[in-house]
Design a protein around this ligand. Structure first.
Ligand SMILES: O=C(O)CCC(=O)C(=O)O
Length: 252
């Protein structure tokens, strides 16, 4: 990381995204590729049935349950301090997915990763880790800079906004961090090789997570988590819960 974290945070605030090269070294990207490919291989039959593997992309969800490497993946580097700088010390991880753009396949449409644009506030950050070099040819993420504060057009203007999109080319091991409200998409992979990434989706603890990790992880995996990992997976950020069965007062 060649610049102070504050510079990257400022960039994310103004243009909606920032890129940091060299966040993962070669042995870390190799290990992540091996783990992700192992999961893709295990899911090769169910993937197409569940539309996880289409002619556009191949996704593996819930990585921390599926491989130990992904229980601390985004927690050991400078990525977490950057997320905390922007989202607050108590930010949590609401999903961790692996995604490859299908070789020779189609591209995604521009979209947001949150329901609505929320001008002036960052609620979610997609911390995308590139495992392969990202090039225009192999389907690099494309984004519309500064779109995080504009209402997303849901009608005819979609073709128009494509003209504003830029391709984020970056070497393997980079972090591409973008506001969940930034218009973006995975692009067409015109090569015959996968274009793999890990998407670590961080958010403020009081917005809705994509996944409920406390409910989704098995007791065996939960037993292995450190207190800090539990905090990051949102074990302390759940809504309060009322148990009517143990209430000593009758309300009916
Ligand atoms: O991996 C990418 O380039 C972006 C993927 C994406 O935006 C998505 O799957 O929603």
């Amino acid at each position: 990381m060649s610049r102070p974290l504050e510079d990257y945070a400022a960039e994310l605030h103004t243009q909606g995204y920032t890129i940091i090269e060299g966040v993962l070294n070669r042995s870390q990207t190799d290990a992540a590729i091996a783990a992700l490919d192992e999961i893709f291989e295990r899911e090769k039959e169910i993937g197409p049935q569940r539309h996880w593997h289409t002619d556009v992309h191949q996704v593996a969800y819930m990585l921390p349950q599926k491989h130990p490497l992904f229980r601390s993946f985004a927690f050991d580097t400078q990525v977490l301090p950057l997320m905390q700088l922007i989202l607050g010390k108590d930010c949590v991880l609401g999903s961790l997915n692996g995604l490859s753009m299908t070789p020779g396949g189609g591209g995604q449409n521009l979209h947001l990763d949150q329901s609505e644009t929320v001008p002036g506030t960052v609620l979610y950050i997609n911390a995308l880790h590139t495992l392969d070099d990202f090039t225009k040819a192999n389907g690099a993420t494309r984004v519309v800079p500064c779109s995080q504060d504009r209402p997303f057009p849901r009608g005819q203007e979609r073709e128009e906004i494509e003209k504003e999109a830029v391709y984020l080319e970056a070497p393997a091991g980079s972090l591409i961090a973008f506001n969940g409200g930034l218009w973006h998409a995975g692009s067409r992979n015109t090569t015959d090789k996968p274009r793999r990434a890990i998407h670590a989706f961080f958010h403020r603890p009081w917005v809705r997570p994509q996944w409920d990790y406390p409910r989704s992880l098995s007791p065996e995996v939960v037993a292995e988590l450190t207190p800090e990992q539990k905090r990051l997976f949102g074990f302390h950020a759940r809504p309060q819960w009322y148990d009517y069965e143990s209430d000593m007062v009758r309300h009916d």
